[in-house]
Design a protein around this ligand. Structure first.
Ligand code: RBF
Length: 162
């Protein structure tokens, strides 16, 4: 399993350029709020550490991960952001909701990025249980929010360059 080999907060294989001047939207789901709150903290701290100023980070809370799709669309349609980061946590339950939500959000976020020609980052944990999510929200496997922030910075640089 890749997560046992790779810590989500280990960026030693990457060169991350300064991100001063970038405007980043973060859409964050309120389901599993303890976990998505930790993802949000990780993402914001990472953006600040790489030079994004607080005023250039817009946090947009949405009810659940399914709404990350329309939240990302709302963020990018006004052309004010260099990237949108989508943060959520979907935990396997007793019904088929897990599969429907995960597939819809992955496809939806990708399609929003293509629609607006801007980076749309998938920072969504999809786990079997809460402990696996906690392990990836600042626990022993790092923080998916940090990984999403670093990905947003890298993709925003690439987007500006070409
Ligand atoms: N949203 C999440 O972000 N994570 C979840 O684990 C999650 N599980 C759900 C399970 C059920 C049975 C339902 C009905 C909704 C769930 N949602 C979850 C909310 C979903 O993303 C969305 O907000 C609602 O379905 C309304 O569109």
């Amino acid at each position: 399993m890749s997560s046992s080999l790779k810590n989500l907060s280990d960026f030693s294989h990457l060169t991350v350029e300064n991100a001063a001047g970038f405007r980043i939207a973060i859409v964050v789901a309120q389901w599993n709020a303890r976990i998505t709150g930790a993802l949000l903290s990780g993402a914001v701290d990472k953006l600040l550490a790489h030079g994004v100023v607080e005023q250039d980070i817009e946090v947009i809370p949405v009810p659940g991960s399914f709404e990350l799709i329309s939240g990302a669309d709302i963020a990018l349609r006004n052309d004010g952001f260099d990237a949108v980061i989508c943060l959520g946590c979907v935990i396997q339950g007793e019904t088929k909701h897990f599969d429907f939500i995960c597939n819809a959000v992955a496809d939806g976020v990708a399609n929003v990025g293509i629609k607006y020609n801007k980076p749309a980052i998938f920072g969504v944990l999809t786990t079997d249980n809460e402990q696996q999510a906690l392990d990836r929200a600042g626990g022993k496997h790092g923080n998916k929010g940090e990984e999403a922030a670093v990905t947003a910075i890298q993709m925003a640089h690439i987007s500006r360059r070409f």
